[in-house]
Design a protein around this ligand. Structure first.
Ligand code: C2E
Ligand code: MG
Ligand code: MG
Length: 522
């Protein structure tokens, strides 16, 4: 303002201001400021400083857009990181089943165009991730082989995608082939190619197996993978390492599901029965004992032999309560016979390997012993040799040995069941208090037409005797086998030739009749 006013006039004004009341001056200044501020409105600014205003506006827009972009970028990164984690198998750093499930429709549409007319399959490859291999060569070696297998398979034209799935050491592949035969052939080739790892000094077998299941658009992938996995587990010496999920497996699976559905109820309804197969003196034919074998008289499924359900119960742990049922029923039978003053022979009961790691096993066995109060030695326990072959580590073996010693002290004689059937751990005979060697049927069958096997059988019998064990052979079906066993020095036997397993009442009648006959001849 000052620039536009006469200096003289300015002086006069300054002087006169001093005569004005302070309130009036304050009001006047306030009014002037308000006027100035009113002038600083956006409109005023744009009018007076158009370029600067435009630049400020652009700057503002850039800042807002930048911060919005940054926010969404960070969000996307975050979502990607979470997705990456959710869709990746953290052990092998490969896509996992969740990813495969999402990707499946794309695979179908892409392959439908690229390979029209081909059928789809889900192949599960499973490699042995057993601790013994891992312990010896390191887990890294196995993991690396697994990732290599995945990468190599994806390079093959018949493999669309692979993912790590179900369990450690399981690779799931979505594949195409002309028909079932072709996919089996391809899978067999893959198993041969990837089933070994070569190190500088060894060629390690990974015991690779494969299971195959047909896959159709709209199928529930998880179910198909489960079926392929079942086929994979069923592959054995006769079917080879590759197996297709067919109707027979389908029926088996359905039965397995029913068995698992009814087992609890069956236990409560006392449907598990103890049958007894006599053991006899081959020379005199006298009945000298029996083996208790479980049978399931199911209200829903009918009569089932243990081959149908024991392997399932071994897997799901239900064999533990079932074994106790048999132990209890056998004690009850012996007690009844003693109370009636009748002849009593030792009866053996099979014990699953699961008891070795079962919490409170010894206490439960002791409780049964205390409940029935019968002389020691009348109930024996059969334990398969694989119980000990399985334990890789020394402390596990020692734990198992402690249990065996405790059972022995409680009054249970111990039998090695199926001796010679698997990879025998002969060393168990050294450190375990085993009383009876029960030779597996397979050795007897193999001896039928092989002189070498006869020699082996003879030497096994001698081994048992040298270790002061009683020796019995199971599965005798012919008189010729009886003669061979007597010649080789094995006096006791069990088998269909003498008698099949039978219910308790029949067994005691059978035994009484037979032993009366034998004794009368003497
Ligand atoms: P295992 O303990 O080796 O029992 C002998 C099996 O051989 C029985 O089959 C018996 O019936 C069969 N056998 C007997 N004599 C002959 C013969 O001359 N020829 C042939 N071919 N077989 C004969 P089973 O009763 O079917 O039992 C099969 C397996 O199931 C048993 O083999 C045992 O490992 C298991 N098992 C049976 N009952 C029980 C149980 O109560 N608990 C447990 N944990 N396992 C059981
Ligand atoms: Mg047995
Ligand atoms: Mg046996």
């Amino acid at each position: 303002v000052r620039q536009h006013v006469e200096p003289a006039l300015w002086l006069i004004l300054n002087k006169e201001i001093n005569h004005l009341p302070p309130d009036l001056i304050r009001n006047a200044i306030g009014e002037a400021v308000r006027h100035q501020v009113r002038q600083l409105s956006p409109k005023w600014l744009i009018y007076h400083y158009p370029m600067q205003a435009l630049m400020a506006l652009m700057l503002l827009i850039v800042v807002i857009a930048g911060s919005l972009y940054y926010r969404s970028y960070m969000r996307r990164r975050h979502v990607e990181a979470i997705q990456q984690m959710a869709y990746t198998d953290q052990r092998y750093m490969l896509p996992n089943m969740l990813w495969l499930e999402q990707e499946l429709p794309n695979l179908f549409s892409r392959a439908g165009r690229a390979a029209p007319g081909k059928k789809f399959y889900c192949v599960v490859f499973a490699m042995e991730s057993k601790s013994s291999v891992a312990e010896m060569y390191g887990r890294d070696l196995l993991d690396r082989q697994f990732r290599d297998m995945s990468a190599n398979l994806e390079n093959k034209t018949w493999v669309l995608k692979t993912a790590a799935g179900i369990d450690a050491g399981h690779l799931v592949a979505i594949c195409v082939a002309i028909d079932d035969e072709e996919i089996i052939e391809l899978a067999v080739g893959a198993v041969q190619q990837f089933g070994y790892v070569a190190t500088s000094d060894a060629r390690i077998s990974l015991h690779l197996r494969a299971g195959i299941c047909s896959l159709y658009e709209g199928d529930f992938l998880q179910q198909i993978v489960e079926r392929a996995d079942i086929a994979c587990q069923e592959g054995d010496g006769t079917t080879g390492a590759v197996r297709f999920f067919d109707t027979s497996l389908q029926e088996k699976l359905a039965l397995q599901q029913k068995i698992e559905g009814y087992m609890e109820k069956a236990l409560a309804a006392d449907e598990f029965q103890a049958w007894y197969q006599p053991k006899y003196d081959i020379e005199t034919r006298r009945i000298i004992g029996a083996e208790a074998l479980v049978r399931w008289q199911s209200a829903e499924l009918g009569f089932l032999s243990p081959g149908k359900f024991i392997p399932i119960f071994e897997k799901n742990g239900f064999v533990i309560p079932v074994d106790f049922v048999l132990v209890e029923k056998t004690f009850a039978l012996q007690k009844r016979r003693l109370e009636e003053g009748k002849e009593v022979v030792p009866i053996s009961v099979n014990q699953s390997r699961l008891h070795i790691t079962e919490e409170g096993y010894l206490e439960k066995m002791q409780a049964i012993v205390d409940k029935y109060q019968i002389p020691k030695g009348l109930v024996e326990l059969e334990i398969t040799e694989t119980v000990f072959g399985d334990f890789d580590q020394k402390e596990h073996r020692e734990h198992a040995a402690n249990i065996m010693h405790s059972l022995h002290e409680m009054g249970f004689p111990l039998l090695v069941d199926d001796f010679g059937s698997g990879f025998s751990s002969f060393s168990m005979l050294d450190y375990l208090p085993m009383d009876v060697m029960k030779i597996d049927r397979s050795l007897l069958v193999a001896s039928d037409d092989s002189d070498r096997m006869k020699d082996i059988l003879g030497n096994i019998i001698r081994l048992g005797k040298t270790l002061h064990m009683s020796v019995i052979c199971e599965g005798i079906e012919t008189e010729e086998q009886e003669r061979l066993l007597l010649k080789l020095g094995c006096r006791y036997g069990q088998g269909f030739l003498n008698a099949k397993p039978m219910p308790g009442k029949e067994f005691v009648e059978f035994m009484e009749k037979r032993n009366a006959e034998v004794d009368a001849k003497r």
